[in-house]
Write a protein that binds this ligand. Structure first.
Ligand SMILES: O=c1[nH]cnc2c1ncn2[C@@H]1O[C@H](CO)[C@@H](O)[C@H]1O
Ligand SMILES: [Zn+2]
Length: 365
């Protein structure tokens, strides 16, 4: 009998999500309604289903730059306190409904100032929305914990300011910092000032690196900037050689990443859409998992991918034949790598994740 986890079973597993963009995960219907409410005239479709299909098709262009162009529409409708609160609350509800028990959701506050909000107002609106979403999820019997990450755009020059914002709100639900946006031509060392500040403040950060650009970007993110985790990091495979006999040789950087247990926030279907991988089956996650890098599985942008975290896991089960042990391993890896305090991570691993997977294994035996 085939005991591979099914999508329906995976949905019931207690999952952890570290890499999910708030502005890439809106419900299509919400985009339509918010566009209506604020008079945004440029949506490529007015009907939720068609709009969702437009996003997934436009995002699957094979280029990160074109993938990022689609954010024009979501960011445009997320410029007011009400819109930000709504989007954040719905994001949390959607994650909880998919069985996510801990998530870190990121967005770039500097992109939400067009209607006159201040950076602090943006952060507070999102935090209020997250709190509301957590209340609703708990009320439905699917409690979830959610921290936010503040992203600075790597082509812009506000990273120090955004890093300071992240530190200011660290006790109110902001758990870390990130940089995102077009990678080629925008190395992370341009933002060294922000990263050095965060390290002096004992704060956590991740860096999108090794997605559209290769090893130099990963090396800078780790060895110059001091990133705690790598967003994607998929190009670390460029530093791994596998010869005809299957023997594996790690270069110095790949060995460092594995030895130091640097968490990789991998997003397989997003990488297929941007052309960083040709298919999920060919995605380096298969090799990296086999070599026991600290791999985690993530959605990146649920609207653009038309996916949930459960779908992402189901695609991996399909491609690599993963079983419950693999799925639990990815999940524990993610929880260990979260920016939440150690005692909370431990409590979730031992009190929720391990018992949850044990229960599922029992139910589907
Ligand atoms: O996969 C990605 N790589 C790089 N940047 C991204 C990716 N997904 C989203 N964003 C960028 O992050 C901003 C804040 O959430 C988004 O507006 C988008 O421009
Ligand atoms: Zn991302």
């Amino acid at each position: 009998m085939d005991r591979r986890p099914t999508l329906e079973q995976i949905r019931r597993a207690p999952k952890v999500l570290l890499h999910d963009h708030l502005d890439g995960g809106l419900r299509p219907r919400t985009v339509v309604e918010l566009a209506d409410a604020v008079g945004y005239p440029d949506l490529p479709a007015d009907e939720p289903e068609a709009l969702g299909a437009w996003f997934t098709a436009a995002a699957a262009s094979g280029s990160l730059d074109r993938y990022l162009e689609t954010f024009r529409h979501t960011v445009a409708v997320m410029q007011t306190r009400e819109a930000l609160e709504r989007v954040a609350a719905e994001c949390v509800e959607d994650l909880a409904a998919d069985g996510v028990v801990y998530a870190e959701v990121r967005y770039a506050p500097e992109q939400h100032l067009r209607a006159g909000l201040r950076l602090e107002e943006v952060v507070e609106a999102v935090l209020a929305g997250v709190a509301e979403g957590c209340r609703r999820a708990a009320g439905r019997g699917t409690p979830i914990r959610v921290g936010t990450l503040l992203t600075a755009m790597r082509h812009a020059a506000r990273s120090r300011e955004i890093a300071e914002l992240a530190v200011r709100y660290r006790d109110d639900g902001v758990v870390g910092f990130d940089i995102a946006g077009a990678e080629a031509g925008h190395p992370p060392t341009r933002h060294l000032d922000a990263f050095e500040y965060l390290r002096r403040e004992n704060a956590h950060f991740t860096i999108h690196a090794g997605e559209a650009f290769g090893l130099p970007s990963i090396w800078e993110a780790l060895q110059w900037c001091g990133a705690d985790r790598l967003g994607h990091g998929v190009r670390i495979v460029d530093d791994i050689g596998v010869d005809d006999s299957g023997e594996v040789r790690l270069g110095r950087l790949a060995a460092y990443v594995r030895d130091k247990r640097v968490p990789l926030e991998m997003c397989p279907s997003s990488n297929v859409q941007t052309g960083a991988a040709s298919s999920v089956a060919d995605h380096p996650i298969g090799l990296l998992r086999r070599l026991r890098f600290r791999v985690t599985v993530n959605t990146d942008n649920r609207l653009l991918g038309g996916i949930t975290l459960s779908d992402e896991f189901a695609a991996l089960v399909d491609a690599f034949g993963y079983d419950w042990d693999d799925l639990e391993w990815f999940t524990v890896n993610a929880m260990k790598s979260a920016f939440a305090p150690f005692d909370e991570r431990l409590a979730l691993i031992n009190g929720l994740i391990k018992p949850g997977f044990a229960r599922l294994r029992w139910e589907v035996r």
